[in-house]
Design a protein around this ligand. Structure first.
Ligand code: AMP
Ligand code: MG
Length: 468
């Protein structure tokens, strides 16, 4: 029993992709397979743990139902139109309809050259593969829509990134890999037929109730508003919210220089390449609007009256702030155990965040401590805020908070330690951290407590790097 694919994207016209198989690697070695996700995909457990599966995850063997291809897309990177990008180091093997009835892509990331590799080598190294595995599975465990990790393998080959590093491949699972940049590419080519086909396909796959391009735009606006609010609630900074990294399925995609904040600072930026701070924590909702405006622009050619569509689509994108504000109040209202949070609670929430920012308080630990029923005498201004908070709390506020505030998130210094150990040949720290962060709401016991600690000054990670 192997993977059984049904490939709807590969049945689209070839304007959307180039058929290409993964490039085999020298010596595949298994790092991890995801039993829970495999079960959701209906995969056989014995097969999953077999050498035959490792060979598939390495790109050395192709199931007969696979239809491997690299997807075409373009995108704005850091606000500038980059033109054609595409899967330069990723190959879609095919799609699987899971036991939940949901169709998902199974993609190898780091699987060799494609026509879209441009100057790159089509490969990935161990560090970003482990980072994406941990971060995406932690996000999933915390209820955030995200691509997931089915498997990670080593290749037995080195890749060169300033220095020689061990190569690795991630098997990424996503509801689809359709991006804002996919629409932009076909709009830029003025290929209205392709644009219409892509729109119909995306609606059928993700939003069957959506009515045409306007309905698709509404759905994208709503899912992005919800997604970004959830990121904000975890102190998550995506780091590279380019339009090619904005998924129409509303999933978090492309864990490159992403990071969860330690001390709360709304202007926080980790990515080494984000010199202007475009993708700082507090900028994320505004950037989502910017990306959605690019989607709207790409969809305009499909509309019979384009002038009217510009006005109409602008209005639809401008619904984002209200949707986002509602979602944000919902997210933070749950983090504070508020009774039926409404917009009227935004001020209470924001006042706590301001105290945290002023004090440089640890984001995750602050909410985790409140969830333990602790008062925070070390947070200047806490007492006055606490009085107002008490007045708004639900009777079972601690239970609500326990389900909304992780005790442990993948902290940068822990992820870095895992990567360092793995490069030195020890994968045990990776598996331990993965276990801890995929059970995010469990109380802190002796085993988990060290992972909840903010970094010591010497451990602080100030910069993160792209997954290239
Ligand atoms: P990202 O920054 O990961 O969103 O990637 C942006 C673009 O660069 C995409 O088209 C990727 O496929 C491409 N890319 C990133 N890394 C590589 C690589 N090692 N080889 C080829 N293409 C790459
Ligand atoms: Mg990308």
């Amino acid at each position: 029993m192997t993977l059984h694919f049904d490939n709807s994207f590969a049945r689209l016209p070839d304007a959307f992709y180039t058929r290409i198989a993964p490039t085999p690697v020298a010596d595949p070695g298994i790092i991890a397979v995801n039993d829970d996700l495999a079960a959701l995909l209906g995969l056989d457990r014995d097969w999953l743990h077999s050498d035959a599966a490792t060979a598939v995850f390495a790109g050395n063997s192709l199931p007969d139902t696979a239809a491997p291809l690299a997807q075409l897309y373009g995108g704005h990177q850091f606000g500038n139109w980059s033109g054609q990008l595409g899967d330069g180091r990723a190959i879609l093997l095919g799609e699987i309809v899971g036991t939940d009835g949901i169709r998902r892509d199974v993609q190898l990331k780091g699987s060799g050259l494609t026509p879209y590799s441009r100057g790159g080598d089509g490969r990935a190294w161990l560090g970003p593969v482990l980072r994406e595995y941990i971060a995406s599975e932690a996000m999933h465990a915390m209820g955030v829509p995200t691509t997931r990790a089915l498997a990670a393998v080593t290749t037995g080959e080195d890749v060169f990134r300033d220095t020689m590093l061990p190569g690795a491949i991630l098997t990424r699972v996503a509801r689809s890999h359709i991006r804002v940049g996919t629409f932009q590419m076909h709009a830029a080519r003025q290929d209205t037929d392709a644009l219409r086909t892509l729109t119909d396909y995306t609606i059928a796959r993700h939003y069957p109730d959506a009515d045409g391009p306007a309905g698709l735009l509404d759905a994208a606006v709503a899912t992005q508003a919800q997604l970004i609010a959830q990121w904000m609630g975890l102190g998550f900074i995506h780091g590279v919210m380019n339009t090619d990294n904005c998924s129409l399925a509303g999933e978090t995609i492309d864990y490159g220089p992403c990071a969860f904040m330690d001390d709360y600072d709304p202007q926080k930026v980790f990515s080494s390449i984000d010199r202007m701070g475009r993708y700082a924590y507090a900028n994320q909702p505004g950037i989502a609007i910017w990306n959605l405006a690019q989607l709207a622009t790409a969809l305009i050619p499909l509309m019979p009256d384009q002038d009217a569509a510009v006005t109409d689509f602008t209005d639809r994108v401008n619904r984002f702030p209200d949707l986002y504000q509602d979602a944000w109040v919902g997210v933070f209202g749950a983090k504070l155990g508020l009774a039926d949070p409404t917009l009227a609670d935004a001020d209470l929430i924001q006042r706590l965040l301001t105290l945290m920012a002023d004090a440089g308080a640890d984001f995750t630990a602050t909410f985790a401590r409140l969830t333990q029923g602790e008062k925070l005498p070390d947070l200047p201004g806490f007492d006055a805020w606490h009085t107002d908070w008490q007045a708004r709390r639900a009777p079972d506020y601690l239970a609500i908070m326990a389900g909304a505030n992780p005790t442990v998130i993948p902290r940068n210094h822990q992820v870095q330690a895992v990567i360092d150990a793995a490069v030195a040949g020890d994968l045990a720290p990776f598996h331990t951290l993965l276990g801890v962060v995929t059970d995010p709401y469990a109380p802190l016991d002796d085993a988990r407590a060290p992972y909840a600690l903010p970094p010591e000054p010497s451990q602080i990670v100030r910069q993160t790097f792209c997954g290239t």
